[in-house]
Write a protein that binds this ligand. Sequence first.
Ligand code: GDP
Ligand code: MG
Length: 163
Amino acid sequence: MLPLVALVGRPNVGKSTLFNALTRSRDALVHDQPGVTRDRHYGVCRPEGQRPFMVVDTGGIAGEGEGLAGATTRQARAAAEEADLVLFVVDGREGASALDDEILAWLRKSARPTLLVVNKTDGLDVQAAIGEFARYGIGEVHATSSAHRQGIDTLIDRVLAKL
Ligand code: GDP
Ligand code: MG
């Protein structure tokens, strides 16, 4: 069995875009509308000359609500719980939100090894974008622009170092 890496975060931060960049597929639904990816979605990242690992895209954690949002949140949590490593994906443009804080609190309880991925840093002051999340106290922070495939290869190296 390959090690499993789960992409967790609120809707619209770019999890599916990151999934596609990691797995080099166009399978995951990327959409401007938050919450488009509803089911768990698995793929394999095969970095050249390095160990492959599984990636699971999730529909995003959108709070404890009833109905679809609630079911999607439960799915995302289940995916994170079975993962060897969680990539907590946040939006560098929007900065930290209340929902990010909630997800962080839950991730701390779940005690999964976690790497913080600050996505959408294209055109931003990367250090400032990362600094927004310093209070999260997650030691490993990594900046990406999934849409432009920036920071992906370095991220893969960091992931492999943790698996
Ligand atoms: P998800 O809901 O977390 O899976 O987010 P998606 O992958 O569906 O992306 C949501 C929106 O953000 C889409 O319009 C993407 O094109 C856009 N997006 C994703 N990654 C980036 C990025 O690195 N930079 C920018 N500027 N936009 C991005
Ligand atoms: Mg998605």
